[in-house]
Design a protein around this ligand. Structure first.
Ligand code: PLP
Ligand code: SF4
Length: 342
């Protein structure tokens, strides 16, 4: 039987799309940041290719070559907060464990492009590095939660992932494990019954998906989420706000409603991190807050994620809200200013 993550599921070269006539710059961008997409995800691309939300998330763009001193290889200074090779420790109570640099799709806006930009050589966490990370977590008993990330952790074989989770749950100070994955979106067949059964055995395990656009909500991706939720695994979603892709109240409303309908809670909406090659995806903070202001009267709290920016220099995530207060008067849902007795 073919494994879900086997090579035959992917396309690694834009050469297959010769008819699209890529420019020299686009080809150069694909050399620096190698193209990779699952056949399933490519199948979601509609007719209006170059404006398509799926196309734009995975195909190279000439603007990826634009350089600016504020756009960094490691925008969040993660490398400086790694006490062991695969572990990021920024907040007191939680750590990020990077278990692989492999993904089913290379998202052009990814904040960790540095981990996959130099080719597609396999790099999964070694036993040694896992051991070192676990030892560190054990030695810091204020750490309560481990976020398993990458790359995409579900690129690992189910048995390999189980081994990692088993090592973590053995640590007494750990109550919660969060797995960050794009698989329900980009390769939903990976959410097979063996994986779901394995994950459902752990208390305190959450899955965080990464849907960015309502066209990604397909019968297949919805079924993948349904399987996880039905097995008792709570699901959250993070979305990256992407210029020209989803920076629009109507699109986000449809996405968030679609997620809640399948019991996936929209958790975070992120402004694009200032990573190298990301400039054309950036919306700016003020336009983002304007979108949020429009969404507030239209969407329930269940449908509304927290909008946040992740600060450079490892400053962490900062939640942002439109300003509803004008010196003792507050903006009501209909836009009218109403005084409030304090
Ligand atoms: C995002 C992140 C976390 C988790 O933060 P939450 O706000 O709890 O989602 C933890 N560590 C690092 C390094 C992060 O980037
Ligand atoms: S799936 Fe996640 S880690 Fe992989 S390229 Fe996309 S954003 Fe980056």
């Amino acid at each position: 039987m073919k494994k879900n993550t086997e090579k035959t599921n992917y396309l690694r070269s834009i050469a297959k799309f010769a008819r699209l006539r890529f420019s020299i710059e686009e080809r150069k961008a694909a050399e620096i940041y190698p193209f990779l997409a699952s056949n399933y995800y490519l199948g979601l691309i509609g007719k209006d290719l170059k404006n398509d939300p799926v196309y734009r998330q995975c195909f190279p763009d000439a603007r990826e070559l634009l350089r600016k001193k504020e756009l960094l290889e490691d925008p969040l200074a993660e490398e400086k907060q790694m006490p062991t090779p695969c572990l990021i420790h920024r907040y007191t109570d939680r750590v990020v464990l990077l278990v692989t640099n492999r993904c089913a799709v290379h998202c052009r806006f990814c904040l960790r492009k540095r981990n996959w930009k130099d080719g597609n050589d396999l790099k999964d966490i070694s036993d040694k590095y896992l051991h070192e990370a676990c030892k560190y977590i054990k030695g810091h008993d204020k750490i309560r939660e481990v976020l398993i990330s990458g790359g995409d952790p579900l690129m690992l074989e189910t048995a390999s992932l189980k081994k990692i989770i088993d090592s973590i749950v053995k640590i007494k100070n750990i109550d919660v494990i969060r797995i960050g994955t794009r698989m329900p979106v980009v390769l939903p067949s990976r959410i097979d019954s063996k994986l779901v059964r394995m994950l459902s055995k752990y208390q305190g395990l959450w899955v965080m998906s990464h849907f960015n656009h309502p066209v990604e909500l397909t019968p297949e991706s919805e079924e993948a989420c349904r399987k996880l939720v039905k097995a008792g695994i709570p699901m959250l979603n993070q979305t990256v706000l992407l210029k020209g892709i989803n920076d629009n109240a109507k699109i986000l409303e449809e996405l968030f409603r679609g997620l809640v309908k399948i019991r996936v809670k929209p958790h975070y909406l992120f402004h694009v991190d200032p990573a190298e090659g990301n400039i054309h995806f950036r919306t700016g903070i003020a336009p983002a807050l304007e979108i949020l202001r429009k969404l507030r009267p239209r969407l329930s709290s269940l449908c509304t994620p927290v909008f946040a920016i992740d600060l450079p220099e490892g400053g962490g995530k900062v939640p942002l809200l439109p300003d509803y207060c004008r010196g003792g008067r507050f903006l009501g849902i209909n836009g009218r200013e109403i005084p409030y007795f304090i």
